[in-house]
Design a protein around this ligand. Structure first.
Ligand SMILES: Nc1ncnc2c1ncn2[C@@H]1O[C@H](COP(=O)(O)OP(=O)(O)O)[C@@H](O)[C@H]1O
Ligand SMILES: [Mg+2]
Length: 344
């Protein structure tokens, strides 16, 4: 039996861009699928097709047991959508925004009021409930937008990059809210650019690039394919890179990436903190001075490098650039653009 969200062979082109190039998805009821991919991968297009906002050129989709192409209106009644760009009315207060959504869904005024109150509490917006949304920070707007999508507790939810642009504290809060929601039995498709986020929230992960699914599995399976964690070392002097490299070679489970100008070496490992201690002792024994050393989990870039041999491209303004450009310039390592997520 197909899951609560099911798609087969979805294709959507915009001129000569194949935003979706034959995507299949199957999300069992009550689970979370993380749709993971860089800017321009096709995540929003997939969400728009599945939520009836966009017709695919070909393919099929069934959401909550209802055919998306044949019965879009019925689908809309069974889903909640929180978009990539928050859709709140700036001139209404937080409370008014939520009450309005309830009334749009034909709740009684009393129920809408009660539901608004509950959601404002749950999303840590109670203090700001009676201020216009115009005065809210980015994180507050995101939370209000998500609350709006939950007014009617739909069985199937879509969230398009719910935490992009949020600071770590707001992100953490939102994760908690999402976890609560899923514990209540909601089926969720969530898009994200952060492996860490999919790791936290999703049962299964689909990695997409250029409108195609390039890998799927649980986060553990994907991490195993990317070689687990990374040890990252910054040596004090450039001439010590080679000694450090030979030390790391004994511990790594994959290729060592070196960025010479920052004197940084990165190698995939398994074995965690204990192994890190050994690496430190070994480097010390060889007289390699260390400026910085740490263990970090694989990032989206690591996943991309191991799956495709190139770093995730950073498309600007949603325009997909020349498609193969990333492959030629990334070389053996994620060059020097790797710190953009700031680690854990
Ligand atoms: N309405 C549109 N018109 C033209 N091109 C579009 C449109 N929507 C998306 N695209 C293109 O389709 C590709 C996938 O976009 P999108 O689904 O927004 O990716 P993501 O959400 O993963 O960043 C991109 O190359 C994007 O520029
Ligand atoms: Mg998007």
């Amino acid at each position: 039996m197909p899951g609560a969200i099911y798609a087969e062979g979805l294709v959507k082109t915009f001129g000569d861009v194949r935003a979706l190039d034959g995507v299949d998805l199957d999300v069992p009821e009550g689970t979370v699928l993380g749709l993971l991919g860089p800017n321009g991968a096709g995540k929003t297009t997939a969400v728009r097709v599945l939520t009836t906002l966009l017709r695919p050129d070909s393919g099929q989709a069934v959401v909550a047991g209802i055919d998306v192409l044949k019965n879009p209106n019925e689908v809309r009644r069974s889903i909640g959508l929180s978009g990539q760009f928050a859709a709140v009315d700036e001139y209404l207060t937080g409370r008014e925004n939520l009450r309005m959504v309830g009334q749009l869904y034909q709740m009684s005024a009393r129920d809408a009021k009660k539901r608004a109150g509950q959601l404002l509490e749950r999303f840590h917006l109670a203090d700001a409930a009676d201020r216009t949304a115009k005065t809210y920070s980015g994180g507050m707007r995101r939370r209000l937008d998500l609350a709006a999508a939950l007014v009617v507790s739909p069985p199937v939810m879509f969230m398009d990059e719910p935490t992009t642009g949020l600071d770590p504290r707001n992100r953490q809060q939102l994760w908690e809210v999402i976890q609560d929601l899923v514990a209540g039995g909601t089926t969720l498709l969530l898009t994200t650019q952060y492996l860490e986020e999919a790791d936290h929230l999703a049962h299964d992960i689909c990695v997409i690039d250029h409108g195609r699914v390039i890998a799927r599995g649980t986060s553990d399976q994907l991490k195993a394919r990317t070689g687990g964690e990374r040890v990252e070392v910054v040596v004090h002097r450039g001439h010590q890179i080679e000694s450090a490299r030979s030390v790391l070679a004994a511990y790594g489970t994959g290729e060592i990436a070196v960025t010479a100008h920052t004197r940084k070496l990165t190698v995939p490992v398994t074995g965690g903190a204990r192994l890190l201690a050994e690496v430190i002792r070994d480097l010390d024994g060889r007289g390699v001075e260390i400026d910085d050393i740490g263990l970090r989990r694989p990032t989206l870039d690591d996943v991309f490098i191991s799956l495709t041999g190139h770093a995730a491209e950073q498309a600007k303004n949603g325009e997909s650039g020349p498609t193969e450009a990333g492959a030629t310039e990334s070389g053996p390592a994620g060059s020097d653009q790797d710190q953009k997520e700031g680690g854990r």
